[in-house]
Structure formats: structure tokens, C-alpha cells
Design a protein around this ligand. Sequence first.
Ligand code: NAP
Length: 311
Amino acid sequence: MTRPMPAQVVARAEELFDVEHRASNTPMSASEMRSALALYDGMMPTLGDRFSAEIFAEFGRPRCRMLANFGVGVDHIDVAAAADHGVTVTNTPGAVTDATADIAMTLLLMSARRAAEGERLVRSGQWQGWHPTQFLGLHVSGKTVGIIGMGRIGEAIARRCHHGFGMEVLYTNRSEKAVDFPAHQVSLEELARRSDFIVIAVPGGPETMYLIGADFLAAMQEHAHLINIARGNVVDETALTEALREGRIGGAGLDVYEFEPEVPEALRGLSNVTLLPHLGTAALEVRTGMGMMALDNLQAFFAGETPPNRV
Ligand code: NAP
């Protein structure tokens, strides 16, 4: 187990396997990853553990044959390189969907209604009281939302926007995708131009790196807000910081960062961006569910079956 885990996950892991626990909450170093590949039959890595092709390169077939990733995003693991070295990779889809959609809505509402700015004012002791033109944000109900990546999480966000807030839903997706509520698949350019709120929900990795750059930001409406709960490098963070600094877009709400956990001073100094520390799945029952799913994958693999969530 590469990180401390919720108690129920630890208890079940110890029932199932001979377990060693890594006490640190930081990503594994290259030498730790190499030693672990040589020492253990299976592992539960997570975000930040960069199992790149170079890490696998020194092994023909490492002892470790299974990386049961704790999380749905596997952009930190070179899955093709793992396969070349006989290592199976699994993830935890589904367990994270609603919680991550909820954080997207949290950021959308906070950004639109300037909640972080307001909270900071109250906390500072400087609040002078209510008045009719204070902290005027953007009304959310009935607006148009654009979802980039209509997968499990994207669809859960779209449902919340449609059913909960009466919003018109536009979306882009890599492939054709139909949903059972009113929503229109459009081009990325049209989505940028027409949306009041844009939520990014594609996987990270080379295919989506800088999908959102200066051109996209320039096409957005001046009052529109950009929400990112996907991966930091889907957005060109420098271009976003410039657009926010110059007031070319209404605001942004971020759960993820290009060089996470580093958040540039230039971004931290802006009042029109809401910054969360990658809270997408941070609820005890959700993290427990993710751990149980990773253990299901390990259990199936070592019972000689195909694990349910093979990537
Ligand atoms: P998913 O079900 O696989 O959905 C991803 C969607 O993105 C798919 O519909 C896919 O299209 C689409 N897509 C892929 N590449 C695209 C591109 N270049 N342009 C447009 N659409 C593209 O995954 P999910 O469970 O919703 O999770 C999405 C991502 O959210 C994860 O990979 C992870 O990085 C991130 N996440 C973040 C947090 C957090 O804590 N902030 C928590 C959980 C997940 P197809 O239909 O063609 O496959």
C-alpha cells in the first residue's frame, strides 16, 4: 500500500494479503518505485507515482505483476510500457463519479457567486455589512454550461446542471455520445463561444495536454467561467493566468494544477480564481469505496481472473 488508507481498506487488505504499508503521503520516488516493482507481487499506487517507461525499463518482467491504481485517472502510469513488461494496470471508475461532479458544482457556484472572496472578507474581520451592489456575481440558474468530455463525470455534472439548475447543456466528446436528457454535442470552438460556464472533465495525458489554450480562452465570453476538475495540464495555466489577470474571462475554479501541488504565486494572487486542493474524491466513504475497488481488482487478478477494471 503506497499511502496511508482509510481504516476499512487497511483491514480488508490485511485479511486478503500479506501487506506492507508505506507511511508517507508524498509520491513515490523513482528508486522507491523500482524497489517496489522488484519486491512486491502487487501494489496500490496512486496520483503522483510516475510509473514511466524508464521506471519499467530496467526490468524484463518485474516481480510485481499488478498495479491496482487508487483513482480513475491513470495518466501518471505508462500503461503501454507496463503491458510490455507484463504488468496489469487497473483503476477505480464509478466510485469517484458523483463526488467529483459535486466538487465541479462546488467550484462552479463558488466562482460564479464569488464565495471564496466573500469568505475571505468575513474571515478578515473587515466586512462592513450587506449592501445592494456588494459582490455581484453571475447568476447560475438557466445559463448555458459547456462540458468538455462527456464521460462518467462529465455526464454527472451535466445532469446536475440540467435537472438542478435548469441549464442548457452543450458538450464536446472525443467520440459521438448520446445522453437521455436535452444536450447538444458541438465543436470545441462553438462550446467556447456559447457557454456561460465551461467544465473540463476529460482524462489527462498526451492526447489532452493543453487542449485549453490561449485560442480557446480568447473565444470565451467575457463573463464566462472555466472550471477544471480533470487534470492540470489539460489547461495552459500561464495562458489562463493571463486571461484572468486581464479580466478577459469572468473567473475560474480549479481543483487541479499543471505542476501540482505547486500553484504559482501569479495565480494565488488573483481574486477571480477559486483554488481547491484536489478535493474531487475527498469524502471518507468515497475514498473507502475506491480502496475497496482497488482491492477487488487485486483479489480477482491473484485468483487468476480478469480484474473488473483493467485499463
Ligand atoms: P471517462 O468516463 O473515461 O470520461 C472521459 C471522457 O472524456 C470520455 O467520454 C472521452 O470520450 C472523453 N475524451 C477523451 N479524450 C477527449 C478529447 N481529446 N476531447 C474530448 N473528449 C475527450 O472518465 P471519468 O471517470 O469521467 O473521469 C475523467 C477524468 O477526471 C479522469 O481521467 C481523471 O483525470 C479526472 N478526475 C479528477 C478527479 C479529481 O479529484 N479532481 C477525480 C476523479 C477523476 P470517449 O467517449 O471517446 O472515450
